[in-house]
Ligand binder design. Structure first.
Ligand code: SF4
Length: 375
């Protein structure tokens, strides 16, 4: 094992006057193992750290190999994220302009009405998005029965348009997850943000275990799990490894893993943090790709700061999902036309929607019964 974890570079021969070299980093060894044996959940933190610490070009190369083995490397999922209820959130997430605790100039709004939400979904579909995500700035949905029922209606309608539907509404109870599933929800987003150890430096109003509990309820309901984190929160590299470790050792890997780079917003406690470098993003994406080979790895917030060439490296490293549209909740996102041009130049194609939930085997047996009894 020690051999696996240690970067070795050795000359292996000299043919026709040309020296040939092989390298064997942890990224190389574990990528080959992922390809050979498929996803695994028994990672230990040291193994993931060794992958993460591999020379970045080697990590990128082997991330690309794993990516091409498990995915069509030309396909990139296009998701649109709409804030259906903006601002006024009671939580204290230090990076978030929607928290009511910080003076960021953001005005709290009521939940959008049905017509406006459906119109936005249609516009997103017409622009090529296959997944529509709705975000609400809430700690949870408990005590918001009217709003929650309205959201169930949005989910049904948007799913009826032939789009995948995702929500991010804060913490969920088991019953609510089941109702969302019944309405046709494809995925639920609930990020872990960072490592368990660093988490108290970023949010104090809910615990890491509460986040994991929500993911558990989502998984139990048969909804795809979307969970990742943010880099650039002032965390150390060991925290990035810790985040990957928690995600990669869940009983099932999340189907989607968003990797966000902090966009520091004036007025939040993290306003002065400096932006992450592209190499940090590539390192995180490639390591996520190797340890969770089947997941959709999403190049999420912060993409707006990267050039087309830099984004190309992220796709090469293993990212295969992006958010398109003018805004990511409340922060700016890439220009639509620039994204279209990027797809054309890089030879990328939009990924078609898929609806595994239509497979009856994916629905918990007693779901219908449980929901109708409780509803
Ligand atoms: S990240 Fe979500 S829960 Fe946290 S303050 Fe922002 S809206 Fe609220």
């Amino acid at each position: 094992m020690l051999l696996i974890r240690t970067l070795r570079a050795r000359a292996v021969g000299r043919r026709g006057g040309h020296a040939t070299f092989s390298t064997s980093s942890a990224a190389a060894v574990e990528a080959e193992r992922s390809i050979r044996e498929g996803p695994r959940n028994d990672w230990n933190r040291e193994e993931i750290k060794s992958i993460y610490d591999s020379p970045v070009l080697d990590l990128l190369f082997h991330g690309a190999q794993v990516h091409r083995h498990f995915h069509n490397f030309r396909e990139v999922q296009q998701c649109t994220l709409l804030s259906i209820k903006t601002g006024g959130c009671s939580e204290d997430c230090f990076y978030c302009p929607q928290s009511s605790r910080y003076d960021t100039g953001l005005k709290a709004q009521r939940m959008m009405n049905k017509d406006a939400v459906l119109e936005a979904a249609k516009k997103a579909k017409d622009a090529g998005s296959t997944r529509f995500c709705m975000g609400a700035a809430w700690r949870d949905t408990i005590g918001r029965k009217t709003n929650f029922n309205q959201i169930l209606g949005f989910v049904k309608e948007i799913r009826g348009m032939g789009m995948e539907v995702c929500c991010t509404l804060g913490m969920l109870e088991k019953q609510q997850a089941m109702e969302l599933k019944k309405a046709g929800l494809t995925a639920y987003n609930h990020n872990l943000d960072t490592s368990r150890e660093y988490y108290p430096n970023i949010i104090t109003t809910r615990t890491y275990d509460e986040r994991l509990e929500t993911l558990h309820h989502v998984r139990e309901a048969g909804i795809s799990v979307c969970s990742g984190g943010i880099i650039g929160l002032g965390e150390g590299e060991e925290d990035r490894v810790g985040l990957l470790y928690t995600l990669a050792t869940l009983p099932s890997h999340p189907e989607s893993v968003p990797i966000n780079a902090l966009l520091a917003v004036k007025g939040t406690p993290l306003q002065d943090l400096k932006p992450v470098e592209i190499w940090e993003m590539i390192r995180m994406i490639a390591a996520a790709r190797i340890v969770m080979p089947k997941a959709m790895v999403r190049l999420s917030a912060g993409r707006v700061r990267f050039s087309m060439a830099e984004q190309a490296l992220c796709f090469l490293a293993g990212a295969n999902s992006i958010f398109t549209g003018d805004k990511l909740l409340t922060t700016p996102n890439n220009d639509f036309n620039a994204d279209q041009l990027m797809f054309k130049i890089l030879g990328l194609t939009p990924k078609s929607p898929s609806f595994p939930e239509e497979d009856a085997a994916n629905v918990p047996e007693r779901l219908e019964e449980i929901v109708s009894v409780a509803g």
